[in-house]
Design a protein around this ligand. Structure first.
Ligand SMILES: [Fe+2]
Ligand SMILES: [Fe+2]
Length: 319
């Protein structure tokens, strides 16, 4: 049986604004989001997941701007709300996203792929922290029990673990024990992918691997002092997560930076620099059959000086 592969891109915390506005009076988020989405369009994954804080001020004009930016993506895009979002406005603007429930929380399951996606809505209207009440937890349990062994990715905005950054932990997920009890029941959960922290963080949690992704806009400062000294953000490089699923090898996850950087350079440059310099050619000449036949017509050694297995190909396997 041939193996199935699948590429899933996970991006979070776009904080799209009405053009002209700045996030926290500093960050012009829209051009940064446009760059990240263009980068993803070029990568062309099968699925894109966006785990909340879709916009910054929960205004309908921001969602309309986001919809326009996302129109360059031709693959299915799955949306979740974050603490900056408004469920009803997401429903109102993204009418063609028919997977969105018409009422209540925006949580749903994506079937029909080698990996099942389960999207959890941790939004608490008007609050920074997240919560999964008993209805949402029960729904998750039900979804998982339908196919308890199908490889699954859980996505949500608020991470279920403490990050060590006080600022973020003070607005974390307050119902993580109930979630952990359900997650521990199933061994099919490959990852729990989250946003909210605007940082790349990962930990083993409830028997699986939970992580958060950097934002394509601003990043929360890495401040692990207790209590945190300040509530600040930086402009560290924007990034998103890529998951490569292969039915034979399982899931591997990569962090992809968005900004332009130097390269790629071929590794063969290393070989050329190391071995195709004048001293190398001089040494090769003095060891060559031409040199030896001209100046040493009688063999000096019983074995050739340059053994036949020392070929140039032997260097080609350098990383
Ligand atoms: Fe955010
Ligand atoms: Fe958030």
């Amino acid at each position: 049986m041939s193996s199935h592969t699948m590429l899933i891109a996970h991006i979070s915390d776009l904080h799209v604004l009405v053009p002209g506005d700045l996030a926290y009076n500093v960050v012009n988020t829209n051009p940064l989001v446009e760059s990240a989405i263009a980068h993803m369009a070029n990568l062309s994954p099968e699925i894109v997941v966006i785990t909340g804080d879709l916009v910054h001020n929960a205004q309908i004009a921001e969602y309309q701007r986001l919809k326009s930016i996302l129109s360059q993506l031709t693959m299915p895009v799955y949306l979740l709300p974050g603490n900056h979002d408004n469920r009803d406005l997401i429903r109102q603007v993204f009418t063609e996203h028919t997977y969105l429930p018409r009422t209540g929380c925006l949580q749903y399951t994506v079937e029909g792929h080698p990996l099942r996606l389960i999207m959890l809505d941790t939004n608490v209207p008007g609050k920074g922290h997240g919560e999964l009440d008993s209805d949402r937890i029960d729904w998750l349990d039900q979804q998982l029990s339908h196919h308890p062994h199908q490889p699954t990715l859980l996505f949500m905005h608020h991470p279920p673990f403490n990050t060590g950054i006080d600022l973020m932990d003070s607005i974390g997920l307050i119902s993580h024990q109930a979630l952990a009890a359900v997650v521990k029941k199933y061994d099919c959960i490959e990852r729990i992918g989250c946003g909210h922290t605007h940082r790349p963080i990962q930990t083993r949690w409830a028997g699986t691997l939970a992580y958060t992704v950097p934002s394509p806009v601003h990043q929360v400062s890495l401040d692990l002092s207790t209590p945190s000294q300040a509530s600040t953000f930086t402009m560290e490089p924007p990034a998103y997560q890529i998951h490569l699923w292969n039915s034979d090898r399982g899931l591997v996850s990569h962090l992809q930076y968005v900004n332009a950087y130097e390269g790629p350079y071929p590794f063969s440059n290393w070989f050329a620099h190391q071995y195709l310099q004048p001293p190398f050619f001089a040494a090769a000449f003095f060891r060559s059959r031409l040199f030896r036949s001209r100046f040493f017509p009688q063999p000096l050694f019983s074995q050739p000086l340059l053994s036949s297995h020392c070929s140039l190909q032997g260097f080609g396997d350098r990383p």
